[in-house]
Design a protein around this ligand. Structure first.
Ligand SMILES: Nc1ncnc2c1ncn2[C@@H]1O[C@H](COP(=O)(O)OP(=O)(O)OP(=O)(O)O)[C@@H](O)[C@H]1O
Ligand SMILES: [Mg+2]
Length: 332
């Protein structure tokens, strides 16, 4: 296959959920690019749609979700136009995911060995490896993620492993399947800090050594700085600013990013209410124009009715804000 520069391009992705006949429009025209072999970050307060974005990319949205619009181009092909066989293949060979809740990542009724071998047998189906060879590949990958006693792990069921071990198993499956993209949804957040730190270091090493491409969802400013080269800031289902991590952090342009940067280290609760008055709008009746409009002290008239497009501020840094585009947003 011809190699394309960006392993993933999400274009104008809109997703809604339906609960008891009420439609909530969660993602609104999300645009996201993952350059090959790079690790990019996705940040934003709780409920802004990060997990929804990740699940949409992997094609594992819950059944009450509807993709209303958009394209998800992986290695040049639109995932949303794939047949169920192609989608299955993409999940087995293209991308792996570390779920926010480590208990939802592995199937509880099958042993690690069964799940691991099924997954990598599929990924390497052209090579016709014997079961023994596949087993060895699995062991090698478990060792690569620093899991001691890989044979015991292979013979365990998910409930017999700790949360950190389960997340490592998921990373090992991504590695052994030679997948190119890892979707890491708050890896380690449910675990204690030292384990979280080890998992992050591991992901960083894999980006460097295996040219893995990663989307990292996290609440931690430190993690984003340490692990990603580009960052995307999400607010109420839209990406409001993005670009080179250092530029976005040092010179944030969107009023939301500015507030977020001020309180990101403690952003584990439900809102950034301390930093900006108000809260995320209701998704069943979101603002017509910019979704940040009701909370924005810089809002212009047009923000009420029009959704701002992306404006390039400088090379490798863009913002979706009418006021910032006109230079009317500044920090004291
Ligand atoms: N299965 C579902 N059915 C209905 N609504 C859902 C479903 N899953 C998510 N949502 C809604 O979509 C919105 C975005 O949720 P999502 O899990 O994507 O947020 P998030 O950014 O990952 O938050 P967090 O940082 O807390 O993990 C929320 O308002 C949530 O209630
Ligand atoms: Mg989430």
């Amino acid at each position: 296959m011809e190699t394309v520069t960006n392993i993933l391009e999400v274009k104008d992705l809109s997703v809604s959920y339906t609960v008891a006949n009420v439609v909530t429009h969660v993602l609104k025209k999300v645009n996201l690019i993952v350059p090959r072999g790079k690790s990019i970050g996705l940040v934003g307060e709780s409920g802004c749609g990060k997990t929804t974005t990740m699940r949409a990319i992997l094609g594992v949205l819950p059944s009450n979700a509807n993709i209303e619009n958009g394209e998800i181009i992986f290695n040049g092909s639109d995932i949303l136009k794939m047949s169920s066989n192609e989608l299955q293949e993409f999940r087995q060979t293209g991308a792996g995911m570390i779920f926010q809740d480590p208990s939802s990542a592995l199937n509880p009724v099958f042993s690690i060995k069964e799940q691991f071998l099924t997954s990598i047998r599929y990924a390497h189906k052209e090579k016709n490896y014997s079961s023994k060879e596949l087993y060895e590949k699995a062991i090698e990958a478990l060792k690569a993620v620093s899991l001691a006693d890989p044979d015991r792990i292979m013979n365990s069921f998910p409930f017999q492993l700790s949360g950190g071990m389960r997340q490592r198993v998921c990373i090992a499956m991504t590695l052994a399947g030679e997948k190119e993209l890892l979707l890491a949804d708050e890896p380690g957040t449910a675990l204690d800090v030292t384990i979280q730190d080890q998992i992050l270091r591991l992901i960083k090493d894999l980006v460097d050594s295996h040219e893995l491409s990663v989307i990292m969802v996290t609440h931690s400013l430190g993690v984003i700085r340490q692990v990603t080269s580009e960052v995307n800031v999400m607010y109420a289902g839209s990406i409001v600013e993005g670009g080179d991590t250092v530029k976005v952090f040092e010179q944030p342009k969107h009023p939301y990013t500015m507030a977020l940067m001020d309180c990101l280290p403690k952003l584990t609760g439900t809102s950034i209410a301390e930093g900006i008055p108000g809260r995320i709008p209701d998704y069943d009746n979101p603002p017509v124009g910019c979704r940040f409009f009701p909370r924005c002290i810089y809002a212009l008239d047009q923000c009420r009715n029009e959704i701002p497009g992306q404006t390039l501020i400088e090379n490798g840094h863009w913002v979706a804000c009418f006021a910032a585009a006109e230079g009317k947003v500044w920090r004291n």
